[in-house]
Design a protein around this ligand. Structure first.
Ligand SMILES: C[S@@+](CC[C@H](N)C(=O)[O-])C[C@H]1O[C@@H](n2cnc3c(N)ncnc32)[C@H](O)[C@@H]1O
Length: 367
């Protein structure tokens, strides 16, 4: 039984804080995600393969006087066959473990499948258990293989399931460091013969699939409201450590909504839109001593994913002028004139950048 760790609190902060009817917490463990989810849902179904975990989760719900959570025993989506939810949250047992008899299997962290297939199956199942427009917030692991980018593989799982996907990689480890981390987590001390034996088993397993690195991070998924093809596929590396960051869910939920607004606009409509720079954004300029113009301009986000984005002078000027009063096109034309560049040439690139900045949460549609 896993206690509340860094991964648990990160997923809790990643949960969207928008009110919904139903949430599924898959692999509830001590129940932390289900308890958190219940703050925003009328009912929560919490599942686990472990009777013991469900006992703890029930106890924690009772101790916190939280009702409205139904606890069900079973593997993956078995306990909710034929049911759909507004939201799925899961910190699944994603630890990649060699399927060899001499390697101990730990139910709290290992779903018993080969490589990262457990996370792939949680993603695939999400499509069948979300209502149209429903979202999932998951933690996961993905293998980089000698001929395949790990983040893109994770993006493919979602695309194959026809889900919008926003996947953020927090960390990446080489196979040896990954193996050592999880062997230590299992209580085996480095330097012992057992440690060496387990390391060898992990490396053999990684070699079999050509694994070069293992990524870890967050998956935000959404089933299209209209069953149209997935419209969003965004994979990225986090600029800053996000463990314990508060309000990630609110940030990502807002960014998805803002993204939908700008995605529905063609370039002409976007030019007519008033945008404003988010309140947590600051700008940092670095100059060579004595230079008039900055050598580097960085837009820094204080909350959300705490992004650090390099901006050229034109983009920085446009962002700086976005105060919600003037349409984006008017600002872009004025900046082009000021900098002496051709507005027609600068325009399309700048609009594409503005679209990305809206998803990033740096710019927002003005109210
Ligand atoms: C990493 S823990 C997450 C616990 C808790 N949700 C949290 O966020 O801290 C994974 C949980 O998944 C459960 N589990 C393992 N295999 C499972 C399976 N096949 N189906 C459902 N749950 C499973 C484990 O018993 C464990 O409680």
């Amino acid at each position: 039984m896993l206690g509340v760790g860094g991964a648990s609190t990160t997923l809790a902060s990643l949960q969207f804080p928008d009110d919904v009817d139903s949430v599924l917490d898959l692999g509830t463990g001590c129940g932390i995600q289900a308890l958190h989810a219940r703050r925003f849902a009328r009912r929560v179904v919490a599942t686990d393969i472990s009777e013991r975990a469900l006992g703890f989760a029930r106890l924690n719900a009772a101790l916190n006087a939280v009702d409205g959570i139904e606890f069900r025993l079973g593997s993956l989506y078995e306990p909710v066959a034929d049911e759909r939810f507004d939201r799925i949250v899961s910190n699944p047992p994603f630890v990649i473990t060699p399927r060899a008899p001499e390697v101990p299997a730990y139910e709290y962290r290992d779903g018993g499948l080969v490589g990262d297939a457990l996370v792939a199956s949680v993603v695939a199942g999400a499509a069948e258990h979300l209502v149209p427009g429903g979202t999932a917030q998951l933690l996961g692991n993905w293998e980089y293989r000698w001929n395949a980018d790990g983040l893109e593989r994770a993006g493919d799982w979602a695309a194959d399931a026809c889900l919008d996907a926003w996947i953020i990689e927090r960390d990446r480890l080489d196979p040896a460091r990954y193996a050592e981390t999880w062997i230590r987590d299992g209580g085996t001390r480095p330097g012992t013969p057992e440690f060496e034996r387990l390391c060898a088993a992990w490396i053999d397993d990684f070699v079999e699939r050509g694994v070069t690195e293992v990524g870890f991070g967050y998956l935000v998924l959404r089933r299209s409201a209209t069953d149209a093809a997935p419209r969003l596929r965004r994979t990225e590396h986090a600029d800053a450590p996000l463990d314990g960051a508060a309000g990630l869910g609110a940030h990502l939920s807002g960014a998805l909504a803002a993204r939908d607004v700008v995605a529905a606009l063609d370039d002409a409509a976007l030019r007519a839109t008033r945008l404003q720079v988010a309140g947590d954004v600051t700008e940092e300029r670095s100059y060579w001593p004595g230079a008039e113009d900055p050598s580097v301009i960085v837009l820094r986000q204080g909350g959300g994913l705490r992004r650090e984005l390099r901006a050229d002078p034109a983009l920085a000027a446009v962002v700086g002028a976005c105060d919600g009063e003037l349409p984006l096109g008017v600002i872009a034309d004025a900046v082009a004139e000021l900098l002496g560049v051709d507005a027609a040439r600068m325009g399309p690139e700048l609009l594409a950048e503005a679209r990305e900045l809206v998803i990033d949460g740096i710019l927002q549609p003005a109210p």
